[in-house]
Design a protein around this ligand. Structure first.
Ligand SMILES: Cc1cc2nc3c(=O)[nH]c(=O)nc-3n(C[C@H](O)[C@H](O)[C@H](O)COP(=O)(O)O)c2cc1C
Length: 128
């Protein structure tokens, strides 16, 4: 069963550009392997992530995310069964105002607006 999971978390400490790109590259490799797609947005110490995949794969990842000390205060915003993926083209795209795409990763979007708010809006969620 295909599901979509959305959560917000707080970065434990500011990640350097290299650490962030390492996180993204590892996450993408694993997501490709596990049939997971999604988007991660980062703004001012806050992560918002949307993940799509089969229920078992998402539950496994969710437990890994909960145990990951790079972020804390995880808040599950929504988890529901869906018919289609919103991010079918991306194993994990990333949007941020702060980080630059130094390593030319595909699907790395540098934005001028708040990417967390933009993703919330795209997902049809209230921002406040
Ligand atoms: C904000 C954030 C987002 C992450 N997103 C993913 C993800 O989409 N997919 C993934 O496999 N790991 C992701 N991770 C890493 C996982 O928390 C975990 O470190 C990783 O799955 C470890 O896998 P392993 O135990 O199999 O080595 C993310 C970590 C953070 C802090």
């Amino acid at each position: 069963m295909l599901e979509r999971l959305i959560y917000r978390s707080t970065a434990a400490q500011p990640l350097g550009n290299m650490q962030l790109c390492h996180l993204l590259a590892c996450a993408r490799r694993a997501n490709l392997r596990n049939g997971i797609t999604g988007q991660l947005a980062y703004a001012d110490g806050v992560f918002l992530q949307c993940l799509e995949g089969h229920a078992v794969a998402l539950s496994t990842l969710w437990h890994k995310l909960l145990a990951d000390t790079r972020h804390h205060s995880m808040e599950l915003i929504d988890r529901q069964t869906v018919d289609q993926r919103l991010f079918g083209d991306w194993s994990l795209s990333f949007s941020s105002r702060q980080y630059r795409n130094t390593y030319n990763l595909p699907g790395f979007f540098h934005t001028d607006h708040d990417p967390v708010e933009a993703l919330m809006e795209y997902l049809g969620l209230m921002t406040h």
